[in-house]
Design a protein around this ligand. Structure first.
Ligand SMILES: C[S@@+](CC[C@H](N)C(=O)[O-])C[C@H]1O[C@@H](n2cnc3c(N)ncnc32)[C@H](O)[C@@H]1O
Length: 330
């Protein structure tokens, strides 16, 4: 009975809404909750007592695990402090896979070390049944000279032309820096962060659920990649912004038949299994050892989709969920 929620953004309290979702029915759950850091949300007070916040988190984390399919994945994004408590709970009800370190400067938190990463906990609902797809990101290069940042020494001929398999430290995706691309929301995530997670954890047509959808990042990433989405959000204003943005999106983040994540006209994440098909779309140096100063580039005649850039000047129109459902192209 998730059909009524499919490809919709629902306004309401996620705890109540999650309870209406059947067990084992969602392929991937992702949560980016309020961090209890007194952020200025429209309709939510981001300052609960310590234990009150943790008790609340434990409830929606448990619901996320309950509704995720045995083949599915659970992701939770937060500052390291809260993730240490989440893991104590999650370790009892799901299977730990990774603590992804998303290398992004955060606000100073005290008088010790300067925090420079957010964490994304990655759990499998069931270890032996997890469906996972290895992904690759481009080689890191020096900005002006384009030289490879890493010295591969004698191993250069063995390099993958596109780039390495993605590790659990992500330093190539940055927070949204330009205000003109931000919504009026204090902590909007970049779409290509979610696209990376969705590419590694789901397949086309799968269902991705985010109980704290904010202004729609997870839903936009899912829609661009041909997945179904379900988003919950307490604040009506954010719901309207998300629905308006989704109207402009299409399931078109692909090169021919392969789904990829694109940012600033470049592929930033692809699936390892798609490389055999994708490699013909790149100019790759015939002598692979030249790759240290020759970035591989997409062939010029390839029409690469430029993702829609949303900006806060967009008029916020009242959109019904029926509009979204009618337009969902998956
Ligand atoms: C950290 S933000 C999520 C931002 C989102 N990832 C994005 O990129 O736009 C957390 C969101 O949770 C919403 N929220 C807070 N309590 C909620 C609840 N009980 N149910 C649903 N949404 C809630 C807030 O309004 C806020 O938009």
């Amino acid at each position: 009975m998730i059909k009524k929620y499919l490809n919709k953004i629902i306004q309401g309290d996620c705890l109540q809404l999650l309870k209406t979702i059947p067990d084992n029915s969602i392929d991937m759950t992702f949560a980016d909750p309020p961090f209890n850091l007194k952020k200025k949300y429209n309709g939510y007070r981001d300052s609960l007592e310590f234990q009150e916040y943790l008790n609340w988190c434990e409830q929606w984390v448990s619901e996320m695990v309950r509704i995720t399919k045995p083949t599915g994945s659970i992701f939770v994004h937060n500052i390291p402090k809260w993730l240490t408590y989440y893991s104590m709970h999650l370790n009892k009800i799901a299977d730990f896979k990774h603590w992804i370190c998303w290398n992004a400067p955060t606000a100073p938190m005290g008088k010790t070390l300067q925090p420079a990463h957010y964490g994304i906990l990655f759990y499998a609902k069931e270890k032996s049944k997890l469906e996972f797809y290895e992904i690759r990101c481009p080689h890191k290069r020096e900005r002006k000279s384009s030289y490879l940042m890493k010295d591969y020494g004698g191993k250069k001929p063995l390099l993958h032309p596109f780039g390495p398999l993605v590790s659990d430290v992500w330093s190539d995706i940055h927070r949204i820096k330009h205000n003109k691309f931000r919504d009026e929301h204090p902590c909007q995530l970049p779409v290509h962060l979610l696209e990376r997670i969705i590419l590694m954890a789901t397949d086309v047509g799968d269902v991705v659920l985010d109980p704290f959808i904010g202004t729609g990042t997870t839903a936009i990433a899912a829609k661009r990649l041909g997945r179904n989405f379900i988003g919950f959000e307490l604040d009506n204003n954010y719901v309207e912004i998300a629905k308006n943005k989704l109207l402009k999106e299409k399931a078109n983040s692909k090169v021919d038949k392969s789904w990829v994540s694109i940012y600033l006209g470049e592929i930033v994440t692809l699936r390892d299994g798609d490389w055999e098909h994708l490699k013909e779309y790149f100019y790759i140096p015939a002598d692979i050892t030249q790759i240290d100063f020759t970035p591989i580039v997409l062939k010029k005649n390839l029409k690469i989709i430029t993702p829609v850039k949303h900006c806060i000047n967009n008029n916020v129109k009242k959109i019904t969920n029926q509009d979204l459902f009618d337009l969902a192209s998956v």
